[in-house]
Design a protein around this ligand. Structure first.
Ligand SMILES: O=C(O)[C@@H](CO)OP(=O)(O)O
Length: 234
C-alpha cells in the first residue's frame, strides 16, 4: 500500500505579510521554520519512513523539506526538484497585498483570482523582467511552457505530467514518497487524486507545514487521507 505524504511549506514571509506570492522566491518566516520542524516530528512520530522526496524550485518548499528531513535524520534522502511543483503563478498580482487589493477591487474579484478554477490573474507583460523566462533556474525549460500567469486549471495541466512521469512510478515501485510543495500546486494534485469537481475545488484549503498522508491502493486510488496532526500515532 503506497504512502504519499504531501507537505505544504511552512509560513513564508509573504504569507505573514499577506502578499500574493506565486513564483516569487520568498523564504520561510521564523514560524514557518518551526512548522517545518514540527512536520518532521509528526512524520517520524507516525512511523513513516520516506524513501524519495520531491519539491519545487522555490526555497520556501525546499527549506521546509530540508528542515523536516533534518528532524527525521534523513537528510541523505534523494530529492528531485521540478518547476512543475511550483506554486501557481500569480501573474501581475505577485507582490501585492491581498487586503489592499480587496479594498481596491472588492472581495469578490479577489476571491475569483484566488480560488476560481479557470480564471487566471492578470498576466505579466512580455517585457516584464520578473517573467520566469528571465530566471536562470528555468533555463532548461521550453520557454513556451513558462507562464505569464496561471489559473488553477493551468497549474493542474502542468503538474499532472509530473505525477504520471515521476511521482506515480515512484509510488508504484513501493516507495514512500514525500512531496514538499505549495498551497495551489498541492490543490491541483489533490483535485486529481480525489476527483474533486471544478465547482468544489474553491473550498479546498491546505494549511502550512502540516503533513497530509494519502494511503493509496496499488492503482494509486486513495484509500484514506488525513493530516498527521489529526490523529495520535498508531
Ligand atoms: O500567494 C500565493 O502564492 C498563494 C499561497 O500563499 O496564495 P493564495 O492562498 O491566495 O492562493
Amino acid at each position: 500500500m503506497p504512502d504519499l505524504i504531501l507537505l505544504r511549506h511552512g509560513q513564508s514571509q509573504w504569507n505573514l505579510e499577506n502578499r500574493f506570492t506565486g513564483w516569487v522566491d520568498v523564504d520561510l518566516s521564523d514560524k514557518g521554520r518551526s512548522e517545518a520542524m514540527e512536520a518532521g516530528k509528526l512524520i517520524r512520530d507516525h512511523g513513516l519512513e520516506p524513501d524519495l522526496c520531491f519539491t519545487s524550485l522555490l526555497k520556501r518548499a525546499i527549506r521546509t523539506l530540508h528542515i523536516a528531513l533534518d528532524e527525521l535524520d534523513r537528510l541523505w534522502l534523494p530529492v528531485e526538484k521540478s518547476w512543475r511543483l511550483n506554486e501557481r503563478h500569480y501573474g501581475g498580482l505577485q507582490g501585492l497585498n491581498k487586503k489592499e487589493m480587496t479594498d481596491k477591487v472588492g472581495a469578490e474579484q479577489v476571491h475569483i483570482w484566488r480560488r476560481s478554477y479557470d480564471v487566471p490573474p492578470p498576466a505579466l507583460k512580455d517585457n516584464d523582467p520578473g517573467l520566469p523566462i528571465n530566471d536562470r533556474r528555468y533555463r532548461t525549460i521550453d520557454p513556451a511552457l513558462l507562464p505569464h500567469s496561471e489559473s488553477l486549471k493551468d497549474t493542474v495541466e502542468r503538474f499532472l505530467p509530473y505525477w504520471h512521469e515521476r511521482l506515480a512510478p515512484a509510488l508504484k515501485a513501493g516507495n514512500t514518497v514525500l512531496v514538499a510543495a505549495h498551497g495551489n500546486s498541492l490543490r491541483a494534485l489533490i483535485k486529481y487524486l480525489d476527483k474533486i469537481s471544478d465547482d468544489d475545488i474553491p473550498n479546498l484549503e491546505i494549511p502550512t507545514g502540516t503533513p497530509l498522508l494519502y494511503r493509496l491502493d496499488d492503482d494509486l486510488a486513495p484509500i484514506e487521507h488525513y493530516y498527521l496532526s489529526d490523529r495520535p500515532a498508531p
